[in-house]
Unconditional design. Structure first.
Length: 249
């Protein structure tokens, strides 16, 4: 009896393998995008919680000290910093102890003083960081709208707010501006139609996922360190704006 050998070898052609590889690559790419988006959403929520905690810490500090802390500069290891001299003299050497004149080294373009406020998490140099690992920024009003006055820097001078409130409350005029666009900013202000706050005493913000890269879009540039003025932007999130901004009015 004879038997016919009907077995037949089978396999994938090069074309079929190429198609499978393309499908796998697309699936992996889609999964990577999904994971990245989920991570950004989680980081945003975590950073918003951090900003809320910082807001509470600032209010608690103000209640206990009758002032707000100065921002922390790059070399301070997260401590607030003061000028050696009061106005109108030059700032002088940077000091890490509270000064009676309340003049901060940098009012508008520095960092949250995490060491002064007892905050965490921080980076290895003691600065408060957001969920992306970027340093959180902080600005405080120097009351320039009414300078010079008998009460310069009342918001950062020891018991300054208490003294001015008891003496002449009209001298308490915080002047940080928060606008919804940078398009119409001029002379440290923006039009009423763009204003979200025209009398903020403090602004705290995260520069978002892209915070380690110098921005090019106008809205983010308004919050960047080199702007060094009292105007900040809190705009609708977009590919060109991912800053998270809060303020104390």
């Amino acid at each position: 009896m004879t038997f016919a050998n009907t077995s037949k070898s089978s396999g994938f052609t090069l074309t079929e393998l190429a198609i499978v590889l393309v499908i796998v690559a697309l699936l992996i790419g889609g999964l990577t995008v999904s994971l990245s988006a989920s991570r950004d959403i989680a980081n945003e929520k975590e950073t918003q919680k951090q900003l809320a905690l910082i807001n509470e810490a600032l209010l608690g500090f103000a209640a206990g000290q009758s002032r707000l802390p100065c921002p922390a500069t790059a070399g301070s290891n997260g401590r607030e910093t003061f000028c050696t001299n009061a106005l109108p003299a030059a700032c002088g050497a940077e000091l890490y102890t509270v000064q009676p004149h309340g003049r901060c080294t940098d009012f508008f373009s520095a960092f949250v003083p995490a060491a002064t406020l007892g905050l965490s998490p921080t980076d290895n140099q003691g600065f408060a960081i957001d969920a992306w690992g970027n340093r959180l920024r902080y600005a405080v009003s120097n009351n320039a709208a009414v300078l010079p006055t008998p009460f310069p820097n009342p918001f950062t001078t020891p018991s300054g707010m208490k003294t001015v409130w008891a003496t002449d409350p009209t001298q308490l005029q915080p002047d940080l501006r928060v606008c919804n666009t940078a398009a119409n900013i001029a002379a440290n202000d923006c039009p009423a139609a763009d204003l979200l706050a025209n009398s903020a005493v403090a602004v705290v913000f995260s520069t978002g996922r892209n915070g380690s890269i110098a921005p090019t879009a106008a809205n983010e540039l308004a919050n960047w360190t080199t702007s060094n003025d009292r105007v900040f932007v809190s705009a609708t999130p977009s590919p060109s704006f991912d800053d998270l901004v809060i303020w104390i009015s």
